[in-house]
Structures are given as structure tokens and as C-alpha cells.
Design a protein around this ligand. Structure first.
Ligand code: PAF
Length: 279
């Protein structure tokens, strides 16, 4: 496994190792956990080589405190990546990714007007900026994204379509801790007590799936928010049930679409997201 920090070095090593065969790419912001490693393992299995990027992208943080707090653990990330069979780790600095400020404004229409897009203005524009730049640098055939960031996946697919990029986006299952808590780099920022209580978020989503037929959509939403907020460590920012393509609010269970229940909640100062497919 080779660590590269510049685009030039990345291109040289990719060409040398892939020899024109397929490149699988996993973009990350580091602080890797089992969720990331499962994406990397899939990328290794399905391609001639796998490239993982580790870059905490400043343009996608709408809160400077959140950016400062974001865990940076490159040494440990490298240790975790080594046994996966990943060929190249690309860990550029901000100047390498953004030699000039990126002023591009993407338009994702309805997709970015809800949930994360509504509560984190500018976030998805920043994600699209960095992912499109990383795709230009790595030139992958396939790129792997976790379903935990369900809306991000929809945004990335839309960006690939808009820019007509020759890359296949591969969605990967949510990996959970034993308690059910969705794996996230942000979990590292929770105290042990907070982490135990944060599992109420996924527990409530699982129960909500069972209750789906017994309550109206509105009743279920109120129930979920009430259940999570009952826990003194947690505070829901939003909970919504949306269709899996346009991410628009579902009004009735009779609608013929795949429904996904999505939640964002604060555990102390740490913002966590999760989702579950209802049918
Ligand atoms: O999901 C993430 O970790 C980030 O949003 C991504 C895709 C690596 C872009 O910075």
C-alpha cells in the first residue's frame, strides 16, 4: 500500500498499478471505521486496484466548529487500511485539492431542499465540489458510497449525471455497531455514556418500521420524534419519511414508492444521522 499526497504521484502510481484495468475508489474524510473498511473491501474485490482518499473537505462544513472538531487520525487510518488490500491512499492537503477557491455552484433542485440540504446550507455544494475534483484526479471506474449518507448518495448520482462522468456509483449497506448505532467517524467524539444513549436513534427507527402499518405517516413521525427526544441525551433535528429517488416527503403508506425514514439528531454537540428503508 502506497501513501501519495500529490496528484502527480497519484497518477503515476495509479497508472503503474492498474495498468489500464479498473480502479475502484472510496472517498473518505478519514477517522476510518468498519463502515469505511467494508466499502474498501468491496472496492478491492471488484477492481484491479482500490484507491482510498483521506481528505477533510473544508467546503462541505457549514459550521467552522464542526470542521475543527472533525477527527484527524491518518496514522491509524493507514494501519486499518493496510490489511484490506487497498493499493493507494491519497491524502492531499487543501492546496492540492483547491489551488484556487472552487466557486462552482451546483443545482440539485428538490434533492437538496430537504433534510441535510435544508439544515446544512451549502453542504452538498461542497460535497459535489470535492467529489467531482477527486473523480477528476483518481479517474475511477467505480466509486463506493455508504447508504448511511442516503441523501449524499442521491446528490452524487445526480452530479455524475449532470457532469456526464464515466464512473459507476456503488451504494453500500449501512454498517452498525453491536448496539445498532450506525457507524460514523463522529461516534468517536461521543462519551461512552452518550454512545450508549445514541443507540436509541436506530432502535427507534427499527421499531418505527414495525409500527408502519399501525399509524398514519404523521402519527409515526410524531411518535419517532417523541421517543428519541424522551432520552435526555438526544434532540431530533428532523425526522422524515421520503421516497428513495426524489427524497420528497411521503404523505401516505399507499404511495407506490420505496420509502426511507431519515433522521438527524444531536447527541450533546454531536450531530448524528441514520436511516432505514421501510419497504
Ligand atoms: O461521506 C464523506 O465522508 C464525505 O462527504 C466525502 C464523500 C468523502 C466527501 O468529502
Amino acid at each position: 500500500m502506497i501513501l501519495v499526497k500529490t496528484i502527480e504521484h497519484l497518477r503515476l502510481e495509479t497508472e503503474r498499478l492498474a495498468q489500464g484495468k479498473s480502479v475502484g475508489f472510496v472517498p473518505t474524510m478519514g477517522a476510518l471505521h468498519r463502515g469505511h473498511l467494508s466499502l474498501v473491501e468491496q472496492a478491492v474485490a471488484e477492481n484491479a486496484i482500490a484507491v482510498v482518499s483521506v481528505f477533510v473537505n473544508p467546503t462541505q462544513f457549514n459550521d467552522s466548529k464542526d470542521l475543527e472538531r472533525y477527527p484527524r487520525t491518518l496514522e491509524n487510518d493507514l494501519k486499518l487500511l493496510k490489511p484490506t488490500g487497498c493499493a493507494i491512499v491519497f491524502a492531499p492537503n487543501a492546496k492540492e485539492v483547491y489551488p484556487e477557491p472552487d466557486t462552482r455552484k451546483f443545482n440539485f433542485g428538490k434533492l437538496e431542499a430537504v433534510m441535510e440540504g435544508e439544515h446544512r446550507p451549502g453542504h452538498f455544494n461542497g460535497v459535489a465540489q470535492v467529489v467531482s475534483r477527486l473523480f477528476d484526479m483518481v479517474e475511477p471506474n467505480k466509486a463506493y458510497f455508504g447508504l448511511k449518507d442516503f441523501q449524499q448518495l442521491a446528490i452524487v448520482k445526480s452530479m455524475v449525471k449532470q457532469l456526464q462522468l464515466p464512473v459507476e456509483i456503488v451504494p453500500c449497506a449501512i454498517i452498525r455497531e453491536k448496539s445498532g448505532l450506525a457507524m460514523s467517524s463522529r461516534n468517536e467524539l461521543l462519551t461512552e455514556e452518550q454512545r450508549e444513549n445514541a443507540s436509541i436513534i436506530s432502535e427507534t427507527l427499527f421499531k418505527a418500521k414495525e409500527l408502519m402499518g399501525q399509524k398514519t405517516v404523521q402519527e409515526l413521525k410524531e411518535w419517532v420524534v417523541g421517543e428519541i427526544n424522551r432520552n435526555p441525551f438526544l434532540n431530533v433535528e428532523y425526522f422524515d419519511v421520503v421516497d428513495d429517488e426524489q427524497l420528497q416527503t411521503v404523505k401516505s403508506w399507499n404511495e407506490e414508492n420505496t420509502k426511507v425514514a431519515c433522521v438527524a439528531a444531536f447527541c450533546g454537540k454531536i450531530r448524528l444521522i441514520d436511516n432505514i428503508v421501510f419497504n
